[in-house]
Design a protein around this ligand. Structure first.
Ligand SMILES: CNc1ncnc2c1ncn2[C@@H]1O[C@H](COP(=O)(O)O)[C@@H](O)[C@H]1O
Ligand SMILES: [Zn+2]
Length: 376
């Protein structure tokens, strides 16, 4: 960490600077308090045994396998449309509260016949959650399109209230590795239909030991052909063949990248593919022996395009400010380094140039405001 700067001061700096979050899964970011409340309700209905679930929710360390068991539980707790809207609203409010100015929130649209849910109605519930946000100014709509009326925000911000946090939110639709080619195609078609509601790209995620690359490729190619950017969970486990196939696909970004080998990195370096770095997630799921050997160190030194992200704030009890702090504390970054790391992330977002322009202005304003600290 930068010399002459105490822990508390650095933590406050990480919280106060504007930040960009590009890798956060909706259901992985549910507040513990909300999960407990939902679990209590289901416990009272006799659908689950609350004491068992409470123990699992409050547990600190989780293996990668346990994470996916836990997602199955989260999906039971947050199944209906109302709950999806509620968690969306809360997650955006939480990111805005720690000065995230642009959030690309990803989520897997789900078909659930028992709940009368289709992928489309799931996404509508997410958008309803965005519309319901009142405590911060959330901008999430591409106004140019035909779905405008469906997406109209319900609440307008008060123009005199200069203290209100502002956050741009865009959505990535995730394909779960358990899904079939047809289901993956359905997600990509939905993303194309819902572009005007702020959907800006596609993600491939889910348990990395499940599924085959060839199953998802047709849908991902379809996205590419229609100009929809793609980010892939790549190399979360050591699967050499799949990592190479993923790099052959040339996604717009990759997440994790824990198990790339030297020649994979050579390709990644040449193509300058931005990497979404999730330090706490990788540490907790034991993707590396200790944080100081994380590939962030070498990539940062090599000035490779990087963006610090959380992955699952709820699951890993973290937030974006904490991830910036962890990077500083582990790799000796100072205030200025962190600020420019955050600023550079603007260039890797999937939203259009109009949003990029606004974000660049937000960072320029912050740079002027923080000039003394940045240049001391
Ligand atoms: C820990 N590392 C990870 N690796 C791979 N996929 C992950 C993940 N963390 C989360 N997800 C993916 O996101 C889903 C939860 O959010 P949504 O239901 O989509 O909102 C999980 O079910 C999983 O598919
Ligand atoms: Zn992830």
């Amino acid at each position: 960490m930068g010399e002459g700067c105490g822990f508390a001061e650095m933590k406050e700096w990480c919280r106060s600077i504007p930040k960009i979050e590009l890798h956060a899964h909706l259901n992985g970011c549910i507040r513990d308090s909300t999960l407990l409340e939902l679990a209590k309700e289901l416990g009272q209905k006799g659908d689950i045994i609350f004491s068992d679930v409470e123990h699992v929710i409050m547990k600190y360390g989780r293996s990668l396998t346990e994470c996916f068991q836990l997602f199955d539980l989260f999906h039971i707790l947050a199944t209906d449309h109302e709950t999806i809207s509620r968690i969306t609203k809360e997650v955006v409010e939480d990111f805005a509260a720690e000065n995230v100015v642009y959030l690309e929130l990803r989520t897997t649209p789900k078909n659930n016949i028992a709940k009368g849910m289709s992928k489309q109605s799931y996404l509508k519930a997410v958008v309803d959650g965005l519309k319901a946000i009142t405590s911060v100014d959330a901008s999430f709509i591409n106004f140019s399109g035909r779905a405008e009326s469906f997406c109209k925000p319900l609440h307008k911000s008060g123009t005199n209230d200069i203290k209100r946090k502002k956050i741009y939110v865009r959505l990535l639709l995730s394909i779960d590795r358990r899904e079939t080619t047809a289901a993956a195609m359905e997600t990509v078609s939905l993303a194309l239909e819902m572009k005007e509601c702020g959907v800006v790209g596609i993600d491939l995620s889910g348990n990395p030991v499940v599924g085959e690359w060839s199953t998802f490729l047709p849908a991902l190619m379809y996205a590419k052909e229609h100009g929809l950017p793609v980010t892939l969970h790549c190399g979360e486990i050591a699967n050499r063949k799949e990592i190479q196939e993923m790099l052959d696909f040339s996604p717009e970004r990759i997440g994790h990248a824990c198990f790339l080998e030297e020649d994979d990195w050579e390709r990644a370096r040449l193509s300058k593919i931005p990497v979404e770095i999730c330090l706490t997630s990788n540490l907790r799921t034991e993707r590396l022996s200790s944080i100081d050997v994380h590939h962030f160190g070498n990539l940062y030194k090599a000035q490779h395009p990087l963006v610090i992200c959380t992955d699952d704030t709820g699951l890993f009890s973290t937030n974006l400010s904490n991830e910036y702090y962890l990077a500083a504390a582990t790799f000796g970054l100072d205030k200025k380094d962190l600020f420019y790391l955050s600023t550079n992330a603007v260039e890797f977002i999937f939203a259009d140039d109009g949003v990029k322009k606004v974000l660049r202005e937000i960072f320029q304003d912050a740079e002027s405001r923080l000039a003394v600290e940045l240049h001391s």
